[in-house]
Design a protein around this ligand. Structure first.
Ligand code: AMP
Length: 115
């Protein structure tokens, strides 16, 4: 998608602080962190949001789950814990229309959704 900021990050046209990358998935630090650790985990395939996953994309969700675990270990919060959020659609406040998962950690999360 030509005007998608995350597709541009995947192509290297916009710089990012990469935390993890393989052929299907990229994880990088959020530019405007809402917590001391704020990593975005995205599939390289352009999918708008969770509702746009087709059955043929479900394998990607397995890889995303595995990546969440790898990233949590890599940034050292697998034991202390983290919050995982994916905004989907207008009421959620989704701003970037390329499905992504916010991994938030490094402080106690309040009972409210923080992002
Ligand atoms: P959402 O509101 O769930 O769509 O979240 C989009 C997230 O993308 C926000 O937390 C932004 O700070 C983040 N973001 C936007 N542009 C960039 C960028 N160039 N590099 C890293 N994170 C970004």
């Amino acid at each position: 998608m030509e005007d998608c900021v995350f597709c541009k990050i995947i192509k290297g046209e916009i710089p990012s602080e990469k935390v993890y990358e393989d052929e299907d998935i990229l994880a990088f630090n959020d530019i405007n962190p809402a917590a001391p650790i704020h990593v975005l985990i995205i599939p390289k395939k352009h999918i708008k949001n969770l509702m746009e996953f087709k059955p043929e994309d479900y394998k990607l969700m397995e890889k995303i789950l595995a990546t969440v675990q790898k990233v949590a270990q890599k940034v050292g919060v697998d034991e202390k814990g983290f919050r995982l959020i994916s905004n989907c659609g207008p009421d959620s406040g989704q701003e970037v229309m390329h499905v992504h998962f916010h991994l938030l950690a490094g402080r106690k999360m309040g009972p409210k959704i923080v992002h």
